[in-house]
Design a protein around this ligand. Sequence first.
Ligand SMILES: Cc1ncc(C[n+]2csc(CCOP(=O)(O)OP(=O)(O)O)c2C)c(N)n1
Ligand SMILES: CC(=O)[C@@H](O)[C@H](O)COP(=O)(O)O
Ligand SMILES: [Mg+2]
Length: 634
Amino acid sequence: MSTDLLNRIQSPADLRALDRRDLNQVAEELRAFVLESVSRTGGHLSSNLGTVELTIALHYVFDTPHDRIVWDVGHQTYPHKILTGRRDSMATLRQAGGISGFPKRTESEYDAFGTAHSSTSISAALGMAVASRNAGMDRQHIAVIGDGSMSAGMAFEALNNGGVTSDINLLVILNDNDMSISPPVGALNRYLARLMSGRFYAAAKNVSKAVLAHVPPVLELARRLEEHAKGMVTPATLFEELGFNYVGPIDGHDLESLVPTLQNMRKLTGPRFLHVVTRKGQGYKLAEADPVLYHGPGKFDPAVGIRKPGTPPKQTFTQVFGDWLCDTAAADTRLVGITPAMREGSGMVEFEQRFPNRYFDVGIAEQHAVTFAAGIACEGQKPVVAIYSTFLQRGYDQLVHDVALQNLDVTFALDRAGLVGADGATHAGNYDIAFLRCIPNMVIATPSDEAECRLLLSTCYEHVGPSSVRYPRGAGRGAIPARTLDTVPVGKGIVRRESSSASADRGVVILAFGTMLVPATAAAESLDATVVDMRFVKPLDRELVLELAARHAAIVTIEEGCLMGGAGSAVTEALNAAGVTMPVLQLGLPDQFIDHGDQATLLAGLGLDAKGIEASIRGRFAKVLGTGAKAAAA
Ligand SMILES: Cc1ncc(C[n+]2csc(CCOP(=O)(O)OP(=O)(O)O)c2C)c(N)n1
Ligand SMILES: CC(=O)[C@@H](O)[C@H](O)COP(=O)(O)O
Ligand SMILES: [Mg+2]
């Protein structure tokens, strides 16, 4: 792999010093580097292979970091990271202590805005553009947004605002690869496809080639814009109607088009919109052929591609959900499955194949997903919204106002609850217990393993009213769920281990919420503690809590969620309400954002593995441990 030119680029200034004719070579080297690097670390591949030329052109034309590039989602910023001084750090990508997989303001001055949740770029860039205008600053602001991310309401809220904001330097670049993580959905996608297709695309391409050859670029651009305005070339696009100077579509892999077009558009003022067409996975045949598989792969050999593992891995919670969804849909024709653009990640591929009429990918539109489900529930059908905990944050008002307030029968399958590993703080599902707990009518179930997950999904589905089942990324202890649709009583916990020596003066009871039951049980062996699988945060099994409080000296609560307002707080509130005063140790996630890294290592670092739990309990309750407790290991 040649890296002759790439070696010379320590910062975008070095790139800008190159002759324009060298840029194709830079693109070749950069693409090869991205592929090699991601194959060693894992990460988002397809989108990054698709943004190589666009990234080069942007840093070549614009004066970064003075000019601001705001990337949407930010999963496509590896070329940007490499060109902005982080090439060597790519070996540490998404690992503890290493660089993030997304733009981060604290990581580089070139990362103008922190992201990872989608569809924020136009709002942020518009805000920056207004701030620069107000400060009399000569600066360009560029939002780069994908076609999938453009489907979110927030992107349109920003266009609506930006199109009428005067004297701003705002360029929105639509990076249209006709893909979200899965194939794109919705009417906007159809519209973009029409813009790209047939005569219009061919004409636009030819016009731009002719322009570049003969006419001073700015004059030509002005002519085209005037023609657009008069409706001489084609009807005005949606983006022009919203007040943006629209140019495109142009080939986003053709530096001969990209660079001069950006140079021209840079000279204009006001809200501008450039539509570039790229291909997800560009330049790596396997990713081009299957961009979904290569969206976010683990490590792989680029010469061979992603291979199925020899021994089948443990079933993930996501797969448990996917199986349960299909089985329940087969038994109940009222079930409707909804995903906001996360079909694969949420385990709904088989459901879509088997129940296409009851499957809805609504695009990156979490707010809509929640209220859409509310509408379905109003008519007596039973929606299941499969959504990552972190993305439900987007639909919070809809959850409160549209679902819970009307006590509608919507089941939320909350995947990626707790720490998620390589994606880090942006994607961590740390807050759902706290933000759901305070909503009246809401049921919150926290399965401790895969078998419990299925039981609690059925239980919440059968419960009439809003409910949620939260489960983490990956696999649990490996419990194999029975393929039944059995349910358990709502709001009842279950004692899993009894201390041999508990009394009102001695002995500790651990109330575990979710998968923390597993390390808690391991710790309890040496502490001779009682262990309870609480199953539900809400309704909390108050009766059981009070009964256990009466016959133990201390209570420990444990959850993989934020401590503030979490399940432990629910227990202390219940004790207070009953006038019970006793020592309670709450274990969970601290009041800080937790960066990327291996899930298990991060949990251990926070004292949430068996060793850490035991140490915390001994540290706090050594004097009241049951007589059956073993001595602390040296
Ligand atoms: C609010 C939110 N919902 C869902 C996601 C998950 N997600 C990450 S990338 C992506 C697809 C984005 O598609 P697009 O913007 O077209 O970028 P591409 O992957 O095609 O480069 C999705 C759904 C997210 N990051 N943020
Ligand atoms: C960028 C983004 O939001 C998704 O691609 C996310 O990284 C997927 O996470 P999972 O790998 O947990 O599905
Ligand atoms: Mg896309």
